[in-house]
Design a binder for this molecule. Structure first.
Ligand code: SF4
Length: 510
């Protein structure tokens, strides 16, 4: 029995909005993670629709099998979702990548689709490999050994350019000539530096879902993008730089994208509570009996009216980001949220009958010390007297294109010690969920590394583990920042000028 029939066809049958098209130019749009994760990506869905709107182009999706090893043992070729054709049998193999830790999955995906992962080992007759998504805008350099084309910035602007080049070219060099110099197009075979970012023109927004499925991580939810970018100055966050200028859509534009049959709408936006139409759109939808989903809301913008709309939309837990364990570190991050704001949100959540409040935060911040963790513990106890509290704790991962680019990672031992203390002291007070410090360290390396980090991933992609990463990075000459108290990082050896990247980060300092 084929994998497509047993594993993919049931997923396909449960979808609403699938596009079926045949055309001379075949695009495989791959997501290097499970189907449920990929289908929750709004950007992935938009690019899928846009390629299928192009003349002469048919785009089908492919995902990494849940159990890749077991799939490989079957000896079958990775199928696309729509028709079950071989995913690698196409003119363009495009990958949309959201997370740094999917670096090894990208390589595995190319491998399992029957393609040679390394660009230098592929020939002119192989599909063009194009990689885009938030990861590439954050740091494209670890992807340069694998990609023919890397897209930096908004994908909407790129799809027509790439489609035209596919229609007009008959060789790889001709294709390169046609896309070379376009904003957002990075050709590792020709370029050393990343280009200026592509910014989607207003007429291509808002982004909205194409397919709704119960098998997405956002089950049966139709996503629509309220705004892109962010006007706030939080220094750690890529939303204000990576997603270009802040662009708000009109309320009616959002409502017009939502089909009548939709029962659940997810409003997408990095700074949703700054979006001027959140209440209007939320109330309009809940009046129609539609359930709502929203990302976290800034605590300083929460009021009873907004909370009531979200409650009517079916939300049971209020989610806010504190982002730092103490008031002084929130100031350091220019987060602009105070202890008072968080307490006020907890009171509103309790008064309106929300089951609890979920607070996201990061630890391992540069100037952090034990006093900051003490403040976090004491403050969480205060919050827990008001409403049930869940803490989502992530180690701080400094990113390029932020003023923290050259900050050292907080150190695995330091972060683990602080997590242990938090768990011990808040075990009976709050529900605690945290991201592994060791994997956050790997993420921090990928987030700021160069091609050599990509090659380290290539050497371990079939047997990935923390130990394998440490060894592989050691072999490519990456300085060990794994342990505590490392001084400010030095940039890795790479094909780009460290000075220039650093200056770019400084230019964004606020
Ligand atoms: S943390 Fe939130 S408010 Fe701050 S820049 Fe990022 S999206 Fe905007």
């Amino acid at each position: 029995m084929s994998y497509w029939r047993t594993d993919i066809k049931p997923l396909l049958d449960a979808e609403t909005g699938t596009l079926f098209k045949q055309a001379p130019i075949r695009v495989t749009l791959a997501f290097p993670n499970r189907y449920s994760v990929g289908m929750a990506s709004l950007g992935y869905q938009v690019i899928y629709r846009m390629f299928n709107q192009e003349e002469g182009v048919a785009c089908e999706r492919a995902f990494l099998p849940d159990d890749v090893d077991a799939f490989e043992r079957t000896g079958q070729a990775l199928p696309t979702v729509e028709s079950g054709r071989d995913a690698g049998d196409c003119e363009l193999f495009a990958l949309s990548v959201s997370f740094e830790l999917d670096l090894t999955n990208i390589i595995r995906m190319l491998d399992v689709a029957g393609m040679r992962p390394l660009r230098g080992e592929r020939s002119d007759t192989d599909p063009v490999v194009m990689i885009g998504g938030p990861f590439t805008s954050s740091n494209p350099y670890p992807l340069t050994p694998f990609a023919d084309v890397i897209i930096i910035g908004d994908g909407e602007q790129i799809v027509p350019v790439v489609s035209e080049a596919l229609r007009e070219s008959s060789t790889r060099e001709e294709f390169y000539d046609l896309v070379d110099g376009m904003p957002g197009v990075f050709l590792p075979a020709r370029h050393v530096h990343e280009p200026t970012w592509a910014t989607a023109p207003k007429e291509l927004l808002p982004a909205y879902s194409q397919i709704v499925t119960p098998h997405s991580e956002l089950s049966n939810m139709f996503l629509v993008e309220a705004q892109r970018g962010c006007p706030r100055p939080c220094t750690f966050c890529l939303a204000r730089t990576m997603y270009g200028p802040n662009r708000n859509n009109q309320a009616q534009e959002l409502l017009d994208t939502i089909p009548d049959w939709v029962e659940k709408v997810g409003l997408v936006g990095a700074a949703l509570s700054d979006f001027p139409h959140t209440k209007f759109v939320g109330r309009t939808l809940t009046d129609r009996g539609i359930k709502l989903g929203v990302s976290s809301i800034r605590a300083d913008t929460v009021d009873a009216e907004l909370a009531e709309i979200l409650k009517a939309g079916g939300l049971r837990t209020f989610t806010v980001a504190s982002d730092a364990p103490s008031e002084r570190l929130r100031r350091w991050l220019k987060k602009g949220i105070t202890t008072e704001d968080l307490l006020k949100t907890a009171h509103i959540s309790r008064d309106l009958g929300f089951k609890g409040i979920k607070v996201y935060m990061m630890i391992g911040l540069g100037p952090e010390n034990d006093d900051d963790i003490t403040e976090l513990i004491e403050f969480t106890r205060e919050l827990a007297k008001i409403n049930r509290v869940a803490l989502g704790i992530s180690p701080f991962v400094p990113k390029r294109h932020t003023p923290h680019f050259a900050d050292p990672f907080g150190g695995v031992q330091t972060i683990e010690k602080r997590l242990k203390r938090i768990q011990k002291e808040l075990r009976t007070t709050a529900e605690l969920r945290n991201v592994s410090a060791k994997w956050a360290w790997v993420e921090s390396v990928i987030a700021r590394g160069g091609p050599e980090v990509g090659m380290a991933a290539y050497s371990i992609y079939r047997n990935e583990s923390i130990g394998a990463w440490k060894k592989a990075l050691d072999e490519v000459g990456w300085r060990d920042e794994f342990e505590i108290n490392t001084p400010a990082i030095s940039l890795p050896p790479g094909q780009y000028e460290a000075r220039e990247v650093s200056a770019h980060a400084e230019g964004l300092a606020v």
